[in-house]
Design a protein around this ligand. Structure first.
Ligand code: FAD
Length: 117
């Protein structure tokens, strides 16, 4: 089958959206198990991402810049950084990582959800 750049880009946008939104909701003070779960997720994401070429490039980035999963800030900052590395390789503009604070909102409301719901 022929490559379709439109579909490939759409998959990229959807994937980055989930990726960054997940970081934005990662605990500020994760347990060791939370941090391991995120690190494992990122590694499996890089292994299974459907565009094989993209995944191979991304795995090289992970080797060079290992996932930072010690806190929400570290994870979100790391994800922004590696996305920018992909942006650079594709000749896209870099994103200002100081602005990721409120940019990714899951729309799911309250952060603490086990208080009487
Ligand atoms: P995207 O890069 O998809 O970004 C979507 C939105 O996220 C932007 O509009 C902006 O609002 C925001 N954003 C941009 N940069 C950042 C950042 N650093 N941090 C947080 N938010 C940001 N495509 C290829 O052609 N070749 C590849 O090798 C390739 N590798 C990829 C690897 C991975 C792991 C992923 C997830 C995608 C890959 N893609 C690849 C797709 C590519 O990165 C883009 O998603 C696609 O080209 C669409 O680009 P876009 O300009 O719409 O913005």
């Amino acid at each position: 089958k022929l490559e379709n750049a439109t579909i490939k880009a759409e998959l990229g946008r959807a994937s980055w959206k989930l990726f960054h939104t997940m970081m934005a909701r990662f605990p500020e003070e994760p347990t060791a198990d939370d941090s391991l779960a995120l690190k494992t997720y990122i590694q499996l994401f890089a292994r299974l991402y459907p565009c094989g070429d993209c995944a191979a490039h991304f795995r090289k980035l992970l080797d060079r810049y290992p996932p930072q999963t010690g806190s929400r800030n570290a994870a979100a900052g790391w994800a922004c950084f590696v996305h920018n590395e992909v942006n650079k390789r594709l000749g896209k503009q870099e994103f200002d990582c100081n602005k990721i604070g409120d940019f990714y909102d899951c729309g799911c409301g309250e952060e603490k959800k086990n208080e009487g719901d």
